[in-house]
Design a protein around this ligand. Structure first.
Ligand SMILES: Nc1ncnc2c1ncn2[C@@H]1O[C@H](COP(=O)(O)OP(=O)(O)O)[C@@H](O)[C@H]1O
Ligand SMILES: [Mg+2]
Length: 298
């Protein structure tokens, strides 16, 4: 479908049935074999989700991965601002038939790609089956495959927060030593485990003074969860120290990993990327298609 596709063309395209698409083998043309999807959420806002996701994306790209960041923060979408890029379109333009998915995905620093989605999230929840199928096919048809997708989710326990968590293979919860951040992270874990049966969580402690403090917070969180939420599995992915390189780079709208590659935060983010990629190597139970299928409930 070309760039100037009209809504009418789009609807016509959508009228293909699933069986026809599958028989043509359109579903898995160019995606790499096991691209991974990680969703980064937090109970409380302002804990460093976007800073971590953008820099992790750069760290992974430096390790040779093809990374796509999905900006899914409904209220405070700012991945683009942090990366110093100005998206012309959002996923909403794909839904309206004005643009293809490849038109909407933007190239960021370090070769990472950004899919601005926040302004189209409500539409994403309300597509009909053929529209869902169309979007899935658009994703599978991207010229450049994706190895890893990082989702910058909204804070809190809204339906959209749950939506992206349920569509991903790995859920990463970010918290800081602030008591409210810890209690809000616990509330998020409680909803995901009790209402959505999520049993595995990866934890990152940001804005901490030491490894010791990060471990202590992790133990506190898991002890309360063990006591009140039953059997859950927690994985300590790592910590990021409080470091001026992060706010300085935000002000310059460049990733800290590029501006201050030797800062303590950058070093820790690279370790975090290693830990996530190791996690990645150990499992192969899902892929981007899994993500879209779950997200779109096909
Ligand atoms: N490790 C850190 N050290 C110092 N400042 C940080 C750190 N992580 C995040 N920040 C600052 O905290 C603020 C909120 O971070 P942000 O990534 O926008 O959070 P969120 O996406 O969770 O709302 C930003 O101004 C950022 O510079
Ligand atoms: Mg953010």
């Amino acid at each position: 479908m070309n760039q100037a596709a009209t809504l009418k063309q789009w609807k016509a395209y959508c009228s293909f049935n699933q069986a026809a698409m599958e028989s043509k083998g359109q579903g898995s043309r160019v995606q790499s074999s096991h691209p991974k999807v990680l969703c980064f959420s937090s109970g409380k806002g302002g804990v460093g989700k976007t800073s971590i996701v953008t820099n992790l994306a750069i760290a992974m790209a430096q390790k040779g991965k093809r990374v796509l960041v999905l900006d899914a923060d409904l209220g405070l979408a700012n991945v683009d601002v942090m990366l110093g890029i100005t998206p012309k379109y959002s996923i909403q333009h794909v839904f309206s038939g004005e643009r293809t998915l490849s038109d909407v995905i933007m190239e960021g620093p370090g070769g990472i790609r950004l899919l601005p989605a926040s302004s189209g999230i409500q539409e994403l929840c309300n597509l009909n089956d053929s529209e869902k199928l169309f979007l899935l096919n658009e994703f599978d048809s991207l010229e450049e495959p994706v190895d890893i997708m990082l989702i910058d989710n909204s804070a809190g326990i809204s339906d959209t927060v749950m939506y992206f968590n349920m569509a991903s293979q790995s859920r990463v919860i970010i918290l800081t030593p602030e008591p409210t951040s810890i209690t809000d992270a616990y509330a998020l874990i409680k909803v995901l485990s009790k209402r959505y049966m999520v049993k595995e969580f990866s934890i990152v402690v940001n804005w901490t003074n030491s490894s010791h403090e990060a471990q202590k917070i992790f133990r506190q969180l898991t002890a309360v969860a063990d006591r009140f939420l039953g059997f859950l599995s927690f994985h300590f992915l790592g910590y990021i120290p409080k470091d001026t390189s992060i706010p300085k780079s935000v002000r310059q709208q460049r990733p800290a990993l590029e501006l201050f590659p030797d800062s303590k935060a950058s070093q820790r983010i690279r370790l975090l990327a290693d830990n996530i990629l190791k996690l990645d190597a150990g499992t192969n139970d899902g892929n981007i298609k899994f993500f879209w299928k779950n997200l779109l409930r096909l």
